[in-house]
Every structure is written in C-alpha cells, then in structure tokens.
Design a protein around this ligand. Structure first.
Ligand code: ZN
Length: 86
C-alpha cells in the first residue's frame, strides 16, 4: 500500500452549505488535474466550470480560485477536460 501524495490543482466547492457539516474549515476540494511543486498555474483566460464530485453542483471558477495542494488522488480520479488538453 503506498501513500505517495502528489501535487494537484483543486478548487474549493462553492456549495459551502452542503459541505459545512463535513469540513468546517477548509471546504470540499475538487481535484482538477495533476501538477508538481513548481509548475505555474495553467493559463486560464476564462472561467472554468467544475462539477463537484461530492454534492454534484456545478459552479464557475476564476483562474485565481485554483489552489495547489498535496493530495493522494483516488483511483477513480478523472482530470477536468481543461487539464486533459495540456
Ligand atoms: Zn460540492
């Protein structure tokens, strides 16, 4: 069993009401695509629409909403379409 974490771009789900009871302080993070410790953020020049993998709601996110965190991706992880183009 390996617990290697990797760097991932995430956004925090805007459906705070839904996720509040799960994670009061940080919100629910939706993984979008893999990265590394030094890669700059992808050049987004428009909002990206992301559907939450937990509550199922879709919201538009600004490029500045992207956050790099260390996360162990689940086997079921599927990158956001935008990150597939890179
Ligand atoms: Zn959500």
């Amino acid at each position: 069993m390996s617990f290697d974490s990797q760097y991932v771009w995430v956004v925090v789900c805007k459906n705070q009401k839904f996720h509040k009871r799960q994670n009061l302080f940080f919100g629910h993070k939706i993984p979008l695509g893999e990265t590394d410790a030094i890669m700059p953020p992808p050049a987004l020049d428009d909002l990206i629409h992301v559907r939450c993998d937990d509550c199922g709601q879709e919201y538009a996110y600004h490029p500045k909403d992207l956050v790099r965190i260390e996360l162990e991706l689940p086997d079921t992880f599927a990158p956001h379409p935008f990150f597939l183009q890179m």
